[in-house]
Design a protein around this ligand. Structure first.
Ligand code: XMP
Length: 518
């Protein structure tokens, strides 16, 4: 199997370490993030990085027992880039000094200016006299290590960029990985050029290698995959099917809480277009029966979660002798995060799309996306020929329409909700707004309101439209539709969806709201 050039990011706990990996992946460089506690001399030899980046972090190098990389990072003979805490730890270990910031702390936007000698790391910088960077530091370097020179300064960081060009050691006080350092990507590009990376991390190569790995792992065993209709499980399923063909069976659970046309779309695509063996588990009666009369959000979620596992297990049992369960776990879910409170131990975030299943079923996991970020999964989906409209779909939650129907769920309300949601999405598509929005949907409210249509009184449900922009679903802003759009859509919903006589637009950001209503 091809061995890519590998870059190692040693994580000291910065909030933005993942962004370093994003910037590098965009440059077709394969990199991995590992917490400093896990990186010792033996690890370095085994990993054989072509370059190392020391991340930022919340600690102070002045404190006893503060985190360090192994000494051998500096004797590997590969380029090293230290960022913020990484710069300070590098200076301290190589013979410089770091002091606590008395009036020299910098948080936020700052401007750096160059020194007289140009540095290849900063090629393409300083086309004007200064560059905007993002600083976030309390301590600062007060004496640089032997062999280093200063190449840029800011008012509060006389050592904003220092380097020992002979050894290819670079250290910056600011964060080039964040958006607020507009020329930061250029700095990374220069760093990987100086380190001699060939830019061999492409989706085409990834696809071929992933297929080879899946074949090796699975042999001639059977694999089952829970399809949700979302992008991650779909890409995982198509990739695994390319690798092992009909050894894969997908299970698609229809809990009666899916959107209009969703069952046909998913079944049609996987069974008919991709010829993937697919069990369509129609379990609407079971789910809706058990949800009958339930109005508490957590109770509803718990019922759905429990039934999902039971149903999946039952249908997976029909496959007979499956040894593996495929999941669409992504890289952000598996990065070991550095834990400072718990001493040297690390917290491993593990994410199960169908929580609890692997333990209960005694299956081994196939997770072919665990090295990828979300946008890389989309790129892989395109590489595999999945339609663009499918790859760009808005996220849809596991509990489905249940959490868009506050209070008791009835079939009548679900039918009304599906139709109103379809009109809203149709409007968004017609106006060319779908791809600008992270997620859009309608929630049906548990109140009836009085209206007048024609000459008659109506007493029907009210609904709320919701549309947000977001990067990761953790925070969200309300999408600023025009009044014309909102009024046109409201008119259409009331006219086309019997059962609704009032439409509102939810203008709550997250926080304080959440994206879903429950
Ligand atoms: P909230 O409502 O917490 O949602 O702001 C953030 C994002 O997560 C989705 N979501 C879920 N996805 N299972 C899922 O697979 C769930 O139980 C679930 N709850 C919320 C939500 O649609 C949004 O994209």
């Amino acid at each position: 199997m091809t061995q890519h050039d590998r870059l190692l990011i040693i994580d000291f706990g910065s909030q933005v370490t993942q962004l370093i990996a994003r910037r590098l992946r965009e440059l077709n460089v394969y990199c991995e993030i590992h917490p400093y506690q896990a990186v010792d001399g033996a690890f370095l030899t085994e990993f054989a990085p072509k370059a190392v980046i020391l991340s930022g972090g919340p600690c102070s190098v002045i404190d006893d027992g503060s985190p360090r990389p192994p000494e051998s990072v500096f004797t590997l003979g590969v380029p090293v880039l230290g960022i913020c805490y990484g710069q300070q730890v590098m200076m301290q270990m190589l013979g410089g000094l770091v002091e606590r910031g008395e009036g020299t702390a910098e948080f936020g936007r700052a401007y750096v200016t160059p020194s007289a000698t140009p540095l290849p790391l900063l090629d393409g910088w300083f086309l004007t006299d200064k560059e905007q960077v993002w600083m976030s530091h309390g301590d600062h370097v007060s004496k640089i290590a032997p062999g280093f020179e200063v190449f840029a300064t800011s008012p509060n960081a006389p050592y904003a960029v220092v380097a020992d060009p002979a050894r290819n050691f670079f250290a910056v006080q600011f964060h080039p990985e964040v958006h607020h350092t507009p020329n930061g990507a250029k700095l990374y590009e220069n760093f990987i050029r100086l380190a001699g990376f060939s830019g061999d991390w492409t989706m085409g190569a990834y696809r071929d290698e992933a297929i080879e790995k899946i074949r090796e792992q699975v042999g001639d065993a059977k694999v089952i995959c829970g399809l949700s209709g979302g992008v991650d499980s779909s890409v995982a399923a198509v990739l695994i099917h390319e690798a092992i063909g009909d050894q894969l069976t997908c299970v698609f659970v229809d809990h009666g809480l899916l959107r209009q046309g969703e069952v046909d779309e998913v079944v049609g695509m996987f069974r008919d277009t991709y010829n993937i063996p697919l069990i369509h588990a129609d379990e609407q009666e079971l789910f809706l029966g058990e949800l009958d009369g339930q109005s508490d959000p957590e109770t509803k979620r718990k019922i759905i979660g429990r039934l999902f596992i039971d149903v999946f297990q039952k249908h997976a049992g029909e496959v007979g002798g499956a040894e593996f369960l495929a999941q669409g776990t992504l890289y952000p879910d598996v990065i070991e995060s550095v834990s400072f409170s718990g001493g040297p131990s690390v917290t491993i975030k593990s994410h199960h799309n169908v929580g609890g299943l692997p333990e209960k079923m005694g299956l081994k996991l196939v997770e072919p996306l665990r090295e990828l970020f979300k946008d890389e999964v989309r790129a892989l989906g395109r590489e595999l020929g999945l339609p663009a409209s499918f790859i760009g779909r808005h996220p849809f939650p596991g509990p489905g329409l249940a959490i868009r129907c506050p209070g008791e769920i009835t079939r009548e309300k679900l039918d009304i909700l599906r139709r109103a949601d379809a009109v809203f999405i149709d409007q968004i598509r017609k106006h060319g707004l779908y791809d600008e929005i992270w997620q859009a949907f309608v929630a049906i409210l548990p109140v009836r309101t009085v209206g007048v249509m024609g000459d008659g009184r109506t007493y029907d449900f009210a609904c709320a439209m919701r549309a947000v922009t977001s990067v990761d679903g953790m925070t969200a802003d309300v999408y600023p539709f025009s009044h014309e759009f909102l009024m046109e859509t409201s008119t259409r919903i009331v006219a086309e969806v019997p059962g609704i006589n009032r439409v509102t637009y939810d203008i709550t950001s997250k926080p304080p709201g959440t994206i879903e209503w429950e």
